[in-house]
Design a protein around this ligand. Structure first.
Ligand code: DAH
Length: 452
């Protein structure tokens, strides 16, 4: 399943974990020094441009993920990710835009400022790339909401690359892109009635939703997805209507060429909004989750010094939308530097991708006995990606059993290798697989099962 939001992600990882009894392992990365566009791994820490981040128990950023820092696909005019970003900015044309904020943020920005509890599963090392306990690669663009508020703009969009440790398949990549939107109505020096009037005036000006879209929405405000203590229904009802109208019309704008578009609103939970919603789009027989949104928590607006404002926010992944709109089958293609990919696209236009020939895959299995320590899928995937880079298409757990006598647990993963732009040879993949085997053995202390 393609995940888009941090909180849906965490819950799916949790159920996954329960099912497979997977928990965090302390991953001993094999660190090495590499110079890569302003990034350098040193014994004392990781340097990005001129800043050195001291190493500690939390450090788990990898050279392969840091190599992506300067790609900024959302700023590339011909990349589908950049095209979608521009279409969204064009739609919200009176919003201030922030496109180039550094993805290296403090844990305060990524979590605390957003009221995410200290023990929330989305903070774990196995889900994030930490420089150290206080510094992390942002896991969502929400990390910049307070910076947006500090800018003084009352409506803004923030786009950028976001980073999460995850499984490997055609729709998951450790770096993807999000766009965040926030709009607020300030009640400073005015009363509630004026805020309501301002929201309503805005709604009246808005264009109606076109008839090609069917909106399924039976959400209501109730104690399970409540109004905040400081809010009255008189304010939140028009504010939520404003949020829903803004989002629905953005989706219509993006899917203008789809004849029958179905959009569904469902209840959700985010620590930084209440009430909260997720929006799904019906596409090729499936409901796809595309964004999370809600009424901004007053405690967050307080932190941003907007004590008398009420507002809404949303956060949306760009890859999923781009895959659907451009018909792109594999998430790695966005990163391809093959001109057969990028030359197909024109800034400002949504156009179906014409597949160029797919090269054959090379499939290898690896099985091993686990040490008594804890194990987590994401760390294994990270190691495979560290060795094989973008040649790895998919990593799948195909066998998991515990020996009845020794109580030792054995796992077998199937790794699919395939290049997007050339044929791979069996010899080349054998060499990579050997390196994966020795790295996994060394880093995790596993006992490899089939001997070479
Ligand atoms: N940051 C959330 C995520 O990545 C998505 C999100 C949800 C952003 C609700 C928002 C919001 O601004 O209001 O999971």
């Amino acid at each position: 399943m393609l995940r888009n939001t941090l909180f849906r992600l965490s819950s799916s990882v949790q159920t996954h974990d329960n099912k497979r009894r997977l928990v965090t392992i302390v991953c001993q990365q094999s660190w090495y020094s590499t110079k890569n566009s302003g990034v350098e791994f040193k014994a004392s820490g990781v340097q990005v441009n001129d800043k050195l981040y001291d190493r500690d128990d939390w450090t788990n950023v990898t050279p392969s993920v840091l190599a992506k820092l300067d790609r900024k696909l959302h700023l590339q005019e011909r990349n589908p990710i950049g095209i979608i970003r521009q279409l969204i900015e064009g739609h919200f044309n009176d919003f201030r835009t922030f496109n180039d904020l550094s993805p290296v943020v403090t844990t305060r920005q990524n979590f605390d400022d957003l009221l995410i509890p200290k023990d929330h599963p989305s903070r774990t090392k196995s889900d994030n790339y930490y420089f150290n306990k206080d510094t992390v690669l942002r896991a969502h663009t929400s990390a910049h909401q307070l910076e947006g508020l500090a800018s003084g703009a009352n409506k803004f969009l923030i786009s950028g690359d976001v980073y999460r440790r995850d499984e490997i398949d055609s729709s998951h990549y450790p770096v993807f892109h999000q766009i965040e939107g926030l709009a607020y109505f300030d009640g400073q020096s005015k009363g509630e009635a004026d805020v309501v009037a301002a929201i309503q005036a805005d709604l009246e000006k808005a264009k109606p939703i076109p008839s090609n879209i069917e909106i399924v929405d039976d959400t209501i405000i109730h104690p399970g997805n409540p109004l905040q203590g400081r809010h009255s229904e008189a304010v939140v009802t028009p504010l939520v209507a404003h949020l829903k109208h803004s989002i629905n019309s953005m989706i219509c704008h993006l899917f203008a060429d789809e004849p029958n578009l179905k959009v569904r609103w469902i209840e959700a939970y985010f620590p930084f909004t209440s009430p909260s919603y997720e929006v799904e789009i019906y596409y090729q027989g499936e409901w796809l989750e595309v964004l999370g949104c809600g009424v901004v928590q007053q405690a967050l607006l307080d932190k941003g010094d907007r004590h008398h404002a009420v507002g809404w926010a949303f956060g949306m992944g760009l890859e999923r939308l781009a895959m659907v709109l451009f018909g792109i089958p594999d998430i790695r293609l966005f990163w391809s530097q093959d001109s057969r990919f990028i030359d197909q696209f024109t800034p400002g236009q949504i156009k179906k991708f014409q597949a160029f020939s797919k090269y054959p895959p090379c499939i290898k299995d690896i099985s091993f006995w686990l040490p008594p320590t804890e194990w987590h899928d994401n760390n294994f995937c990270e190691t495979v990606r560290g060795v094989a880079g973008d040649l790895v298409e998919n990593v799948k757990l195909i066998d998991d059993f515990t020996h009845s006598k020794t109580n030792k647990r054995s796992l077998c993963y199937r790794i699919t290798y395939r290049s997007m732009d050339r044929n791979v040879t069996n010899d080349e993949i054998n060499e990579i697989q050997e390196k994966v085997r020795s790295t996994v053995e060394q880093d995790f202390g596993v006992e490899l099962r089939e001997k070479k």
